[in-house]
Design a protein around this ligand. Sequence first.
Ligand code: SME
Length: 158
Amino acid sequence: MAEELIIPKTDSREDIYKSILPQIQALTAGETDLIANLANITAALMEAFRFLWVGFYIVKEDELVLGPFQGPVACTRISKGKGVCGTAWEKAETILVPDVEEFPGHIACSSASRSEIVVPVIKNGKVIMVLDVDSEKVNNFSGIDQKYLEEICLGVGN
Ligand code: SME
């Protein structure tokens, strides 16, 4: 397929997710290289929604290490249980943070970040990486983001 993302002109975030999900699946289905696929997923989400930051942190031994991302430079290593990412890893569940100032231990990679969602990628019962999305707006994520980002993460690494 042509490497071009078609984004519907709508304010409905759900409609945009519905449109880009099969495109992301098509873009990654024919490629076996994990880093290439993670890179395109972050680019597609950034192009579609213009979030502040979209990226993966990959589990390497006892830390999360920065993987492919779009946005400002970020911290490279996060310990298990630390910050939103380390907590999503430890609990093996999605964490939605409406206001980062209300999340004890939030790691402020960017002072512009105001809300955040972190979705774990689970393979054979183990978290192998997390997808982190940050916004400069408070309360910018909902169950809609959770549903579609979790769906994207289900397809990662297959
Ligand atoms: N805020 C994250 C750290 C990663 S950056 O936002 C890219 C956290 O608390 O885990």
